[in-house]
Design a protein around this ligand. Structure first.
Ligand code: PLP
Ligand code: LYS
Length: 431
C-alpha cells in the first residue's frame, strides 16, 4: 500500500490501510456524521499548547488563544480548562468565551474597529485588556469607560514595521498595514493615553502577521518592542505587561516553522539579556494551537476528465474551507483508505460544487480515486470552519472532537432552515 505523507499532524496515521485520527477511523466518522465533516484531535491541540507551556515554564505568561482561528465552543472550553485566556476581536467572540466557560479577566480585545457598544460590553464583564489600534480609538474608549465610572485597562498595539515574510494578506506588522500605531508615534500616543481620564495604561502589544515560519521577524520585533518599552518608561509611563501577539506557522506542505518552545527559548533569552525577563508576558497564538489538529472529510461526487484538466468534484467547497480560494493556500489531500501501489492515479484539480471558478480545494493533485471515495483535507483546524460561510445556501458542516477512542459531536450539521431563519418575506397586499 502507498501511504501519502501527512504533513504536520501528530495524531493522524494509517492503520490497516485506514486513516485514523487518534484511536478512530475517519471513514467510520464520515459514515456516522456525514460529509463534509470537520474532525479535530483533542490530543493534537493539547500537544501544541504543551509546547508553549513547556517553553514558558517558570515564567509569568498568559496564553490568550486567538479564537478567530477556530471558535467552536468545545475548542474554547478545552483551552479554557487548560488555563488559557482569549484574544478576541468582536463582542460576538466575547460571548463565545463566556458561553464556553472562559474567564473574561483573561480576555484581551484586539481589532481596529471596536464599536462603543462592544467596548461597553467588554467593560461590563471586566476583560483584562483592550489592545487599542488608533489614537481615535483611545479617545472613544476613554469616553465610554468614563461614562461607566471606569478606567479601561489598555495596551497600544504597535506596528513594529518588520516583514513577517508571509502571504501579503496575512502580514500585519508593516507600515502599509491597517493595524496598530506606527512605532515612531508610539511614545507620543502613550503620553496621550496616559493623560486620558478613562484609561489605565497596563501594557504594550504587537502582532506582526500569521503563518510565520522563520525566527528572524520575531527576534527583530522583540528588539523593537523592548526599545519602545524603554522609551515609554523613560517618559514616566509604566508598562506592566508585554503582549507579543501570535502568528507562529504550521506545516502545511513541508513547512518548517520553529517549535514554540524553541522559538520562545530564544525570545526569552533576549528579554533576559535586556533586563526584562521578569515582565508579565502575553501571547496570542491561534493557528499553531489548532491548525494541524483538524481535518475536513469530503466525499468524491464525480470525476470529470477533460482535455486540459481532470476534475475531482467533492462535496466540500470554498464556503466550507475558504483558504485555497482566498490565499491560494495549499492543504494536503489524502484518501481515507490507502490505495494499492498498482492503483491508477491521475492528476486532478479537486473542486467543490459552488458556481465559482475559484471554488477549488487543491490543484494538480495526484490521486487514485473513484466516485464515492472519501478524502481528508489536512491542516484544516485553523481558519477553515471559522471562516466558512453559507454561500450557495450550503449549510455549514458538522464538527467532531476526537479524544482517544471517543468522538464528541461538537457542532451539528446546519440545516437549510437555520440558514434562512432570520429572513422575512415582504407582506403582499391583495392583488
Ligand atoms: C491580533 C491578532 N492576534 C493573534 C492572531 C493569531 O494569529 P495566528 O493564528 O497566526 O497565531 C491574529 C491573527 O493573525 C491577530 O490578528
Ligand atoms: N485567515 C488567515 C489568517 C489571518 C489571521 C488573522 N489576523 C489564514 O487563513 O491564513
Amino acid at each position: 500500500m502507498t501511504h501519502p505523507v501527512l504533513p504536520g499532524h501528530p495524531h493522524l496515521h494509517y492503520h490497516d490501510q485506514a486513516l485514523q485520527l487518534e484511536g478512530l477511523r475517519l471513514a467510520d466518522l464520515a459514515r456516522e456524521f456525514g460529509t463534509p465533516l470537520y474532525v479535530y484531535s483533542q490530543a493534537a491541540m493539547l500537544d501544541a499548547l504543551g509546547a508553549y507551556q513547556r517553553g514558558f515554564a517558570g515564567r509569568k505568561v498568559q496564553i490568550c488563544y486567538a479564537m478567530k482561528a477556530n471558535s467552536s465552543l468545545a475548542v474554547l472550553q478545552l483551552f479554557a480548562r487548560h488555563g488559557c485566556g482569549f484574544d478576541i476581536v468582536s463582542a460576538g467572540e466575547l460571548q463565545r468565551v463566556i458561553a464556553a466557560g472562559g474567564d473574561p479577566a483573561k480576555v484581551i480585545f484586539s481589532g481596529v474597529g471596536k464599536t462603543r457598544a462592544e467596548m461597553r460590553q467588554a467593560l461590563e464583564v471586566g476583560i483584562g485588556c483592550f489592545n487599542v489600534e488608533s489614537e481615535a480609538e483611545l479617545d472613544v474608549l476613554s469616553e465610554v469607560a468614563q461614562s461607566m465610572g471606569l478606567r479601561a485597562p489598555i495596551s497600544i498595539r504597535v506596528n513594529p514595521n518588520v516583514d513577517a515574510k508571509t502571504h501579503p494578506y496575512i502580514s500585519t506588522g508593516l507600515k502599509g498595514n491597517k493595524f496598530g500605531i506606527a512605532h515612531e508615534r508610539t511614545v507620543a500616543t502613550y503620553q496621550r493615553a496616559a493623560a486620558l481620564p478613562g484609561l489605565r495604561v497596563v501594557g504594550i502589544d504587537c502582532h506582526i502577521g500569521s503563518q510565520i515560519t522563520e525566527e528572524s521577524p520575531y527576534l527583530d520585533a522583540m528588539d523593537r518592542m523592548l526599545d519602545l518599552v524603554q522609551a515609554i518608561e523613560a517618559a514616566g509611563i509604566a508598562i506592566h505587561h508585554i503582549d507579543f501577539g501570535g502568528g507562529l506557522g504550521i506545516d502545511y506542505n513541508g513547512d518548517t516553522p520553529p517549535r514554540a518552545d524553541a522559538l520562545w527559548a530564544k525570545l526569552l533569552a533576549k528579554l533576559d539579556a535586556r533586563g526584562y525577563g521578569d515582565r508579565q508576558l502575553m501571547i496570542e497564538p491561534g493557528r499553531s494551537l489548532v491548525g494541524n489538529a483538524g481535518v475536513c472529510l469530503t466525499e468524491v461526487l464525480y470525476l470529470k476528465p477533460g482535455e486540459q484538466k481532470n476534475f475531482c468534484i467533492v462535496d466540500a467547497a470554498m464556503n466550507d474551507l475558504p483558504r485555497p480560494a482566498m490565499y491560494q493556500a495549499y492543504h494536503a489531500i489524502v484518501p481515507l483508505q490507502a490505495t494499492a501501489p498498482t492503483a491508477v492515479s491521475h492528476v486532478y484539480d479537486v473542486v467543490g460544487p459552488i458556481c465559482e471558478s475559484g471554488d477549488w480545494i487543491g490543484r494538480d493533485r495526484n490521486l487514485a480515486v473513484a466516485a464515492g471515495d472519501m478524502l481528508a483535507v489536512l491542516s484544516a483546524g485553523a481558519y477553515c470552519s471559522s471562516m466558512g460561510s453559507t454561500y450557495n445556501t450550503r449549510p455549514r458542516p458538522a464538527e467532531v472532537l476526537v479524544d482517544g477512542a471517543q468522538a464528541h459531536l461538537i457542532r451539528t450539521r446546519e440545516s437549510v432552515n437555520d440558514i434562512f431563519r432570520s429572513e422575512k418575506l415582504v407582506p403582499q397586499g391583495n392583488p
